[in-house]
Design a protein around this ligand. Structure first.
Ligand code: C2E
Ligand code: CA
Ligand code: CA
Ligand code: CA
Length: 276
């Protein structure tokens, strides 16, 4: 029994070491990737519910790993957040997607907004609004064409610092959206005090529409509540015409999802405009 215990222990230590090594390898690969610009920004259109006009795009980062090919953010964003690499990575995404917006505007594409995800570590930076203003100026973009996506948990920290940053961003004139809405615990009373422009209904609710009564009910409630607060509402992860029809009937303003388009490389966005 003793020998078996030792074996179990050794096995346990070995697997711990393997996990720690894998993490270290991924972390150093991520650093390397940032230095070598191995990341690429994809864009997913956000369209109006009624006529599927492209209103904007959301920037979604991918990693072009020389060995593994295109790696989805779910596999590296969590570690980037733990290691704070998300701060330089997030800044790179913002700059890169603003550069792309400049290209689209110069090419004469109809005006649209650019939505960019912010992580909590970026949001904690005292000079965030100044950084954002700098990038907009670099690419000669109006602040109104940029929308930053925050999560409920970032807002529920409820500290003076967070509110200051939100107010500075609002004064700058960029739009503010709450991502994955419905999955956190933000209260209506609290939301009302924040300078937010848009709620994005989380995909987990959209998935159940129209058959799951609870999901459908939650979605219609969020839409009604948002409109009472004068916020616009976008539904995430719309995949079927039935979901779209239900959300449109419920008064939802816009959507994002595979039904219209998956996230695509920048070059494909122009073709999507021509299609509509
Ligand atoms: P998110 O911000 O909620 O982005 C929406 C995700 O849903 C994207 O996954 C998108 O591809 C996916 N999606 C959109 N429509 C549909 C649909 O109809 N069906 C399905 N099944 N999925 C759909 P993606 O690109 O893998 O990104 C995952 C998450 O990674 C994002 O979730 C966001 O939290 C994070 N992320 C991506 N890029 C960045 C970034 O630049 N900065 C930060 N901080 N996070 C990012
Ligand atoms: Ca998002
Ligand atoms: Ca989301
Ligand atoms: Ca999500």
């Amino acid at each position: 029994a003793k020998a078996q215990g030792r074996n179990t222990y050794r096995y346990y230590m070995e697997s711990l070491t393997r996990a720690a090594n894998a993490r270290l390898t991924l972390e150093s690969k991520l650093r390397h990737a940032l230095d070598n610009e191995e990341f690429i920004v994809y864009f997913q259109p956000q369209v109006s519910m009624s006529d599927e006009r492209i209103l904007g795009v959301e920037a979604l980062v991918r990693w072009q790993d020389p060995q593994e090919g295109l790696v989805q953010p779910g596999r590296f964003i969590p570690l980037a957040e733990e290691t704070r690499l998300i701060v330089p990575l997030g800044a790179w995404v913002l700059r890169q997607s603003c550069r792309q917006m400049r290209i689209w505007r110069d090419a004469g594409l109809p005006p649209m907004t650019l939505a960019v995800n912010l992580s909590i570590q970026q949001f904690a930076q005292r000079d965030l609004a100044v950084q954002v203003a700098d990038i907009l100026e670099t690419f000669d973009l109006p602040s109104s064409c940029l929308e930053l996506e925050l999560t409920e948990s970032m807002l529920m920290q409820n500290d003076a610092h967070g509110i200051d940053i939100l107010n500075e961003l609002q004064e700058l004139g960029v739009g503010l959206a709450i991502d994955d809405f419905g999955t956190g615990y933000s209260s209506l009373a609290y939301l009302k005090r924040l300078p937010i422009d848009k709620l994005k209904i989380d995909k987990s609710f959209v998935d159940g529409i129209p058959t799951d009564r609870n999901d459908a009910e939650i979605a219609t409630t969020i839409i009604a509540m948002a409109h009472n607060l004068k916020l616009s509402v976008l539904a995430e992860g719309v995949e079927t015409p039935e979901q779209r029809a239900f959300l449109q009937d419920s008064g939802c303003d816009s959507y994002q999802g595979y039904l219209f388009s998956r996230p695509v490389p920048a070059e494909s966005i122009e073709a999507l405009f021509r299609r509509t």
